[in-house]
Design a protein around this ligand. Structure first.
Ligand code: SAH
Ligand code: SF4
Length: 412
């Protein structure tokens, strides 16, 4: 992937293998697993069969030990264990909020830390997944942008979050599976297999990082998540949020096909340049034109515009009217998500008053566009938007300014 600008996509670098010399199968495509098995010495036919079975155990059953893969010949299981692992991120801390929101601080094999958040609602459960450690983009209201260290997460580390959430929520099918044939029989009353009601129903790429700066790994991970023989989440239940990496938006629509959310946050150049510095590179007009061209967007599948409510910055009636005008000018099938700003130590903004947020929302609603106000969740455990990693790092004001300057200079 080539995007101009030297602070653009960071490389993943060399991440030490979680299993030492053993190959972690999580994050590989089906073909990737087959190739890994062949490379380890299986003939083509055996590799094909085993990769199919292993895929099913990893992504449908949540199994991490080859010993538990009961339809694989007993003698073969130690052979697999010697060469491969089915990895999980290391859990550094796990917290549960009094509103049921859960947050995990995870560590990769190289010690880099990233977070994921699970938000239960009456009708759904949403997992907020990270795509990078930190973020190069430094939106001025976002805590993740102040983190100096940035690295892309691998597809395995991204899909690993989903697997870990399923582990923690106890959501893998229970019981034993005598043969692969049982899998197709979800009503098997012999008790081999139970497709239980799921808590984790939706995924949003809204954790740490800019997913479109890590396109290949995010795409790889989401393809695995959507695979019908595994986690099998529909693309309609997955939303990718971008701060506006225009050149990658069409590809996201064509090659991944999930719902799109765009972090708009301001309706004119001056303010958006300030709070979302990427705007200096890809302006509002370009961004909205890319939204209008987003493959698959229609009235049934709207683009979500995220709008963080910052006191006296972007929250006037005139701003709300301009937002409506822009959405109509570009004929966008859109809804607006109003996010009350979540403060973090050192942040230079304040949240708009509840009355202001309500008035802003009303103006948009009155024009016929949905503009719900997002209820902050998990505030007591610092799990709300943009607060991730807050407790782990508290840079000084001077340091925050320096980081912002560096990143903004890099944007040109
Ligand atoms: N990088 C992507 C996705 C991660 S951020 C993006 O920017 O879209 C997910 C959402 O949380 C974005 O809309 C982001 O602007 C918002 N956000 C970040 N910090 C926030 C804060 N302190 N309060 C409220 N929303 C915030
Ligand atoms: Fe990065 Fe998104 Fe935070 Fe901006 S809002 S700094 S793009 S994570």
């Amino acid at each position: 992937m080539q995007i101009p600008g030297h602070i653009d996509p960071v490389t993943t670098g060399t991440v030490p293998l979680r299993g030492g010399n053993r190959v972690d199968l999580v994050g590989l495509t089906r073909d990737g697993i087959r190739a890994a098995l062949e490379e380890a010495g299986l003939d083509a036919k055996a590799a094909k069969l085993r990769s199919k079975q292993i895929w099913h155990w990893i992504y449908h059953r949540g199994v991490t030990e080859f010993d538990a893969m009961t339809d694989i010949a007993k003698a073969m299981r130690p052979w697999l264990t010697e060469r491969f692992i089915v990895g999980r991120p290391t859990v550094v801390t796990a917290q549960v909020s009094n509103d049921g929101t859960r947050k995990w601080l995870l560590a990769a094999a190289d010690g880099q830390e990233y977070e994921m958040v699970f938000i239960p609602d009456a009708d759904r459960g949403t997992l907020c997944v990270s795509s990078q450690v930190g973020c190069t983009l430094n939106c001025r209201f976002c805590h993740t942008g102040t983190m100096r260290l940035v690295r892309n997460l691998t597809a395995g580390e991204i899909v690993g979050q989903v697997l870990l959430a399923r582990d923690a929520l106890g959501e893998w099918p229970k019981g034993t599976m005598a043969s692969a044939a049982d899998v197709d029989d979800e009503d098997d009353d012999a008790g081999h297999y139970i497709a239980d009601g799921r808590m984790l129903t939706n995924i949003v790429m809204m954790g740490m990082g800019e997913p479109l700066y890590n396109f290949d790994e995010v795409k790889g991970a989401l393809k695995i998540v959507m695979d019908g023989d595994g986690l099998a989440l529909s693309k309609r239940r997955i939303t990718l949020s971008t701060s506006g990496v225009v050149p990658m938006m069409a590809r996201a629509g064509e090659e991944i096909g999930v719902n799109l959310a765009v972090s708009l946050h301001a309706v004119n150049k001056e303010i958006r340049d300030e709070i979302v510095p990427l705007n200096r590179k890809y302006g509002i007009e370009e961004l909205l034109a890319a939204c209008a061209a987003y493959p698959g967007a229609n009235n049934a599948r709207r683009i979500t515009f995220e709008y963080v409510m910052l006191k006296d910055k972007n929250d006037s009636d005139a701003d709300a009217r301009e937002l409506v005008r822009l959405i109509k000018q570009y004929k966008l099938p859109a809804k607006v998500n109003l996010i009350p700003f979540n403060p973090w130590p050192g942040a230079i903004y304040e949240c708009s008053s509840p009355e202001r947020v309500r008035a802003f929302s009303n103006i948009i609603f009155e024009s016929g566009i949905s503009a719900p106000i997002r209820t902050p969740r998990g505030r007591d455990i610092m799990a709300a938007c943009g607060q991730l990693k807050s407790a782990a790092t508290k840079p000084s004001r001077a340091e925050l300014d320096r980081i912002a300057e560096e990143k903004q200079a890099a944007l040109g």
